[in-house]
Design a protein around this ligand. Sequence first.
Ligand SMILES: O=C(O)CCC(=O)C(=O)O
Ligand SMILES: [Fe+2]
Length: 223
Amino acid sequence: MILCIDNVLTSGDLKQIQLSLEGAEFVDGKLTAGAYAKTVKENCQLKGDSNVAKEIRAIINLALKRNSLFQAAVRPKIIRPPLISRYEAGMFYGSHTDNALMGDDVLTRSDVSLTLFLSNPDTYSGGELVIDTSLGEQFFKLAAGSMIVYPSTFLHRVAEVTEGVRLAAVTWVQSVVRDAHEREMLFELDTVRRAIFEQYNKTVEFDLLCKLHANLLRKWADV
Ligand SMILES: O=C(O)CCC(=O)C(=O)O
Ligand SMILES: [Fe+2]
């Protein structure tokens, strides 16, 4: 399931992030890419060990924690520290798959990839996240503060920015539910369960849905 979630960041969060990024030090994005992805990655990234990067990561982590749609759809177990990327005119990230395992000491399996857009789409041309799905390439360019989450199994790329600057945060999540289809079914069941509770309260049918949801989660959870 590919899911776009609006208003992940508040306008206050966005202002704070955009302010912190003014004059911040960016490095070559190739430093954090896998061996093959490196050959097609032309962007800059905020220096990972800087205070600015720590401040921004804290804002994003809080925003992910409070977002109930993200929590229900992705069921995060481990969230990698977000990378803040910057694409100026002429920059792009060619077609690649994200590494399956990430990290040095503790390995994180990338089940879900996410991009949180930080620039207003009117301020740059190009720069779409392009995901290669069974329906063909799908192009995404979201409002600043909105986020797309998608299974890390897809080939994807960032189209060349032809004008302006594209700022985005990207990261990867190891989910409690490893399999994308199982995760999606649990999310749908949970959505129906909530809707039934809102409409009819705690009925026998609601209890049965809760039992089904809990038992499937027990079966599929990888904790
Ligand atoms: O910036 C994006 O939207 C995606 C970047 C990406 O694919 C990556 O960093 O692996
Ligand atoms: Fe990627």
